[in-house]
Design a protein. Structure first.
Length: 195
């Protein structure tokens, strides 16, 4: 049986007392949630875990302009070596407080996580995206995939397309919209406002 990534990581730390972990995190809800989850797994390795948190760190893009990345993939490869120099050891106080953030997040009954800024997460109800998603449904038939991709390209708060598909199907089940086709994959059905 193959160990889970966290188990393999912990095994490596246990087998090599010189081993250190580098956590790279950009300013987005996915990276911050992952950071809190990792911290809950690594409590006993204080002094061996470093963080490179890209919050408010400027980088140069391919044209030489300064920008602030929201995702690691936005950083040109040559900038990673410079960024690595900015890593710092996670402090004792962070090791005391941050693992509890993961527990607090998991115990909140709301299902949508948003990043307010820094490392501050907020939680919203499962239907958080519904109001904005509804705005992309018109009186004309449109593939569900088109509605979802329009939302993802224009909305301030985004999530995965499968989550939006689930929300769209939920609203269809509530008979909020007309639908035609097989309500399965997002390219298999069309949606419009109620006639």
């Amino acid at each position: 049986m193959t160990p889970k990534p966290s188990e393999a990581l912990i095994e490596k730390l246990n087998n090599d007392p010189e081993e250190r972990i580098w956590i790279w995190a950009a300013q987005n809800k996915h990276d911050v949630c992952s950071y809190y989850w990792l911290m809950s797994q690594l409590k006993e390795y204080q002094g061996r875990v470093l963080i490179l948190y890209l919050n408010n760190l400027p980088f140069l893009n391919e044209k030489g302009n300064i920008f602030y990345p929201n995702w690691l993939h936005e950083i040109p490869a040559k900038e990673f070596l410079k960024a690595k120099k900015l890593a710092r050891e996670i402090t004792l106080s962070e090791f005391e407080v941050d693992p509890d953030e993961w527990l607090k997040t998991c115990n909140d009954p709301k299902g949508v996580r948003l990043l307010e800024g820094g490392k501050k997460l907020t939680q919203e109800e499962y239907d958080f995206y519904d109001v904005e998603l509804k705005k992309f449904i018109t009186a004309d038939w449109q593939k569900a995939s088109k509605i979802i991709h329009q939302y993802l390209s224009k909305a301030k708060h985004t999530t995965g397309d499968m989550y939006l598909l689930w929300r769209l199907k939920t609203m269809i089940a509530m008979e909020l919209f007309d639908v035609q086709g097989n309500v399965g994959k997002m390219k298999d059905f069309e949606v419009k406002l109620k006639s």
